[in-house]
Design a protein around this ligand. Structure first.
Ligand SMILES: *Cc1c(COP(=O)(O)O)cnc(C)c1O
Length: 343
């Protein structure tokens, strides 16, 4: 295995990690400052986080019949779920390519990871997936909706069929929910084996690390046995609660990022030699003639993006561009066009 490396971004337009480019308004930042000043940081955090839980339920429309698990980012929730189901021979199944941490935490928990290859356009073939379910009988299926790294939403019907056919738990990872605007939250009642996972990271709060999973108490109770006692810190509780009280601010930012994505998508499609994959997230995946040259050429021009040409199937010469502010996207597009032209 290799450690998760973060490329230094000092002095660069940072478009490599699906962060929200916008800061919070000054008034809200002051409000957060006051809330943080009042926080009892001499005490361990209350893991039941009543104020934050209440706010999350309100803002995200989570019914009282479901429980919520909080994580130090949704990365930790993936880790907790993998550990919860770990038994010799157990399998975790996910589309391939998808979010890398599904496979990392699966391996760390000593489980077997099976990736089900997507179509070359990154759509999911339900028949192939159903066959994989029957063959491997996975303890857990992870499906990112929209998927990372292509940003597309798989067919809702296909996912529902998979959830119905799965012999174990299905986790739908809605990290990009605010941009895709589609969710399985309302379908939790239909499927006893479904858990929804989300994060505040892509919404503008990557720095505080808060993810959550929503599901029937029977599931959340088991995950809670694996969760480290004080996994989410007091400051994260306080800040998340205050920012979610102004969810309209985050939602407006997400909407303008989605509008920018559509604009950038149109501009990218005019570039020769670039294949653009449709995205419902806050990033766009493209294929270029030489990903390494484009990555380096863009970095030399002050823009950091993600080179996904690392041997992963289907991602041959693919580069992922996070959506930034209109000005950052203009620089991104110019840097890309120049890097391509430099040949
Ligand atoms: C970014 C991302 C996450 C991780 O989010 P954190 O809450 O910051 O740990 C989870 N799932 C997907 C699909 C992601 O792209």
């Amino acid at each position: 295995m290799s450690a998760y490396t973060v490329v230094p971004a000092e002095g660069l337009v940072k478009l490599d990690a699906m962060e929200n480019p916008y800061r919070l308004p000054e008034t809200l930042r002051r409000e957060i400052g006051e809330a943080v000043a009042d926080a009892e940081i001499n005490r361990y955090p209350d893991p039941t986080a009543p104020a934050l839980m209440k706010r999350l339920r309100e803002v995200m429309g989570i019914g009282p019949e479901y429980d919520i698990l909080l994580g130090n980012g949704s990365d930790e929730i993936i880790h907790i779920i993998a550990q919860s189901v770990a038994r010799p021979g157990a399998v975790v199944l996910a589309p391939r390519p998808s979010f890398v941490m599904f496979s990392v935490y699966t391996q760390l928990a000593g489980l077997r990871y099976v990736g089900v290859l997507l179509n070359p356009d990154f759509t999911l073939d339900p028949d192939v997936f159903l066959r994989a379910l029957a063959e491997h009988r996975p303890a857990v299926v992870f499906i990112a909706y929209p998927n990372n790294p292509a940003g597309n939403l798989f067919s809702e019907e296909a996912i529902a069929t998979i959830v119905a056919a799965a012999p174990g738990l299905v986790v739908i990872d809605e990290a990009y929910h605010a941009f895709g605007r589609k969710t399985f939250m309302a379908r939790l009642a239909e499927f006893p084996n479904l858990v929804i996972m989300r994060t505040l990271s892509k919404l503008g709060l990557a720095g505080i690390r808060l993810g959550y999973a929503v599901g029937r108490p029977e599931w959340i109770r088991e995950f809670d046995k694996v969760r480290p006692p004080y996994n989410v810190n007091v400051l994260t509780h306080v800040v998340a609660e205050r920012v979610l009280a102004h969810y309209d601010v985050l939602d407006a930012q997400a909407r303008s990022i989605s509008a920018e994505r559509e604009r950038l998508d149109g501009a990218l499609r005019k570039l020769p030699e670039v294949t653009v994959f449709p995205s419902d997230a806050n990033f766009i995946l493209i294929r270029v003639p030489d990903a390494h040259r484009v990555f380096e050429g863009m970095r030399r021009r002050g823009v950091l993006v993600k080179n996904l040409h690392t041997g992963v199937p289907l991602l041959h010469h693919c580069v992922r561009l996070t959506i930034g502010t209109p000005e950052e996207n203009r620089r991104c597009l110019a840097a890309l066009a120049e890097a391509l032209a430099a040949g």
